[in-house]
Ligand binder design. Sequence first.
Ligand SMILES: Nc1ncnc2c1ncn2[C@@H]1O[C@H](COP(=O)(O)OP(=O)(O)OP(=O)(O)O)[C@@H](O)[C@H]1O
Ligand SMILES: [Mg+2]
Length: 299
Amino acid sequence: MHPVVETQGLTKRFGPHLALDGIDLSIAAGEIFGYLGPNGAGKTTTIRILAGLLQPSAGRAAVLGLDVVRQRDLMQARLGYLPGNFVGYDDLSGEQYLRYLANLRGGVEWHVVVTMAKRLDLDLGRRIGVLSHGNRQKVGIVQALMHHPELVILDEPTTGLDPIIQREFLGLLADVRDAGGTVFLSSHILSEVEAVADRVGIIRDGRLVVVESVERLKHRAVRRMDLTFVGAPPLEVLSSVAGVREVTSSGSTAHLAVEGSTAKLLAVAAPHGIEQIVTHEPDLEEIFLAYYERTDRLA
Ligand SMILES: Nc1ncnc2c1ncn2[C@@H]1O[C@H](COP(=O)(O)OP(=O)(O)OP(=O)(O)O)[C@@H](O)[C@H]1O
Ligand SMILES: [Mg+2]
């Protein structure tokens, strides 16, 4: 089976500026893929090429097995797309606007729109022009999903959504995947997508720094632990264990940051008499930032 999204050496120049520098990506059907990176990294540029709105300078991209340049129209008809700067039509109500798009596209069951609007707490009767940024974003989300496209591409969809709506929105994406669809979404923040994404790619300065499953990222994430010993904590012994990144202490408690498995650490520490172990959930944000730092050092 074709990958749903496939890019090879995808490159984009704006004049002398290299916005994308040879992006190789492959996303399978039924995946939720989070595309992460800081401001100016190239997320929107990638997404606009995938949506057929911008032509690459070099390399190629195929979506649903269709070339995004040569077979653009066929490809776009099978896509759901939320641009980063979604505005809609100020003078129309949410309902008027969505009915208009539904009639243009066909294949939309109105009750799907109503249910989605309810889940997102969106009042379809209000004029788009008077909606807050977050509520306007909800109209954009509904138009991207309402026709059950095989692939949904969303550029920073969670911007402006409050935490409860954000969770509801991630639930909608999980429904897309459960129905066999594929989702590609960009974000600045890993924690916004980690609950729902199967894999994430981190882009920086137009280059993919890493593509990894969220599960593996979690496994490699730095985990914080507090070990309380019967006597004084054996700090030197602890800091010599592979994977231990940081050791400090207060009284008989050692505070550690550990990358990967903690089994080895516990085996080494046990003979010294452990009274209490407290482990904290790994913070993915830390590993996310570490990738940025690492590329900084390489640059
Ligand atoms: N039309 C354009 N003309 C010139 N430069 C552009 C154009 N569009 C994007 N760029 C540049 O390409 C780089 C990538 O921009 P892009 O919008 O893809 O970043 P992004 O990852 O979406 O950032 P953000 O998180 O701020 O949305 C930036 O340096 C940007 O200034
Ligand atoms: Mg952007």
